[in-house]
Ligand binder design. Sequence first.
Ligand code: ADP
Ligand code: MG
Length: 266
Amino acid sequence: MKGAARHGRFPHPIPLRRVGEGDFERAARVFHVNAGVSAPLIELEAVHKRYLMDGVAVHALRGIDLAVARGELVAIMGPSGSGKSTLMHILGCLDVPDSGRYRLDGIDVTEMDADALARTRNRTIGFVFQGFNLLARTSALDNVETPLIYAGVAKRERRARARALLERMGLGDRLGHVPSQLSGGQQQRVALARALITRPPLLLADEPTGNLDSRTSAEILDLLVELNRSEGVTIVLITHEEAIARRAGRRLRLSDGRLDDGGPAR
Ligand code: ADP
Ligand code: MG
């Protein structure tokens, strides 16, 4: 028996104190967090994106409607050129739709300026790509620490958190290795740790196993599934591989800029 059960309903007397400065701000923050829980993390409404190439418009996204709930693991499939990366860039606040709405965590990002967009991105989203995009002459530990520097976390805590996460990724004995001294699978684990070190609620992965052999791909996928289940990280994963998509909670198919909701994977 522990906690409230052992001590009765209220284990400690509740200290009485005056309502102070900061209390309302705190209450508002709690309210915001709770209000956000029921809303989908991602909501796209009639999103269109065109590129202009030599005066010719390429209609990359033709009216995407999509809602992703917190804690979902969604796989997006589709042939080359169907708009997967364009969709990912918009989901990741790296680009904005030409028309339509995108609400992320309940907030309309289509109204934001570039600075606000960047702040939202840093706070909410972790990215992993096919090419691992690690800093080449920088150790695994330093690669993973870097986002915490921008987040203003003190040196000692940065080290401790980066080390703990790399250990969890099975890289405890590779902390000082630079990317060229690591296998592809190990590099992608470092990239995953870097994406998750700021504890973002959303992870976007654009063909994260595209450069890996099938066994290593399966290991990275196991890790993603585990992070999704144990930490509740919402994951949107672009993949070409049916075997990988089958393990997602939901599979979506993009074709010529349109989304076809395939429903639950199983
Ligand atoms: P996928 O990731 O599914 O292969 P993309 O989203 O990269 O597809 O591309 C969708 C379409 O938009 C393609 O026809 C592609 O050629 C075009 N496209 C993508 N990015 C650009 C760009 N920056 N400029 C012009 N056309 C682009
Ligand atoms: Mg692509």
